[in-house]
Design a protein around this ligand. Structure first.
Ligand code: THU
Length: 160
């Protein structure tokens, strides 16, 4: 019998003001994307912005549906669009901003498990880490320098 331990490291910034201009720009795009969410059922808006190695920035927001499971999270809307539009590009980083419309979220809100699995696929495919900055409406910003910090023990193609 043996125990396996995996360490996860996050960096927490007090506010976007601590971050360099290029990261703030990406976070701004995520915040703008958030306002375009279609979230009439949850009143919870999420925006994601992805910087590619070809310099393009792709954004997405959550899109809900009266048939609830048919909706899609912001992170997957953005990453699938990036994969569809720029299949050869590598993802450098993703910024995410999420908030409830009923009470502004002031702590960093990480992507859900399904989105982590989707991001893992692209990190494995490109063999380079994807940086993930995530926050609420405002306040602290968390940075995971690789998806692996957010989803240890991820499922990958090696077992297929
Ligand atoms: N949502 C996201 O867009 N990303 C996540 O990582 C978690 C949840 C969306 C899905 C749904 O539209 C709303 O937030 C509430 O769950």
């Amino acid at each position: 019998m043996k125990e396996i331990k995996i360490e996860a490291t996050l960096t927490i910034f007090d506010s976007v003001k601590e971050l360099p201009d290029d990261i703030r720009l990406l976070i701004d795009k995520a915040i703008k994307a958030r306002t375009k969410a279609y979230a009439p059922y949850s009143q919870f808006q999420v925006g994601a912005a992805i910087l590619l190695d070809n310099g393009k920035i792709v954004t997405g927001s959550n899109q809900e549906n009266a048939s609830f499971p048919s909706g899609l999270c912001a992170e997957r809307t953005a990453i699938y669009y990036a994969g569809a539009k720029y299949p050869k590009a590598h993802i450098i980083r993703m910024a995410i901003s999420a908030t409830s419309l009923n009470k502004p979220s002031l702590t960093p809100i990480p992507p859900c498990g399904a989105c982590r699995q989707a991001i893992a696929e692209y990190e494995i495919k490109q063999k380079e880490p994807i940086e993930i900055y995530y926050m609420g409406a405002t306040g602290n910003v968390a940075l995971s320098k690789s998806l692996e910090n957010l989803l240890p023990f991820f499922f990958d193609k090696s077992v297929l």
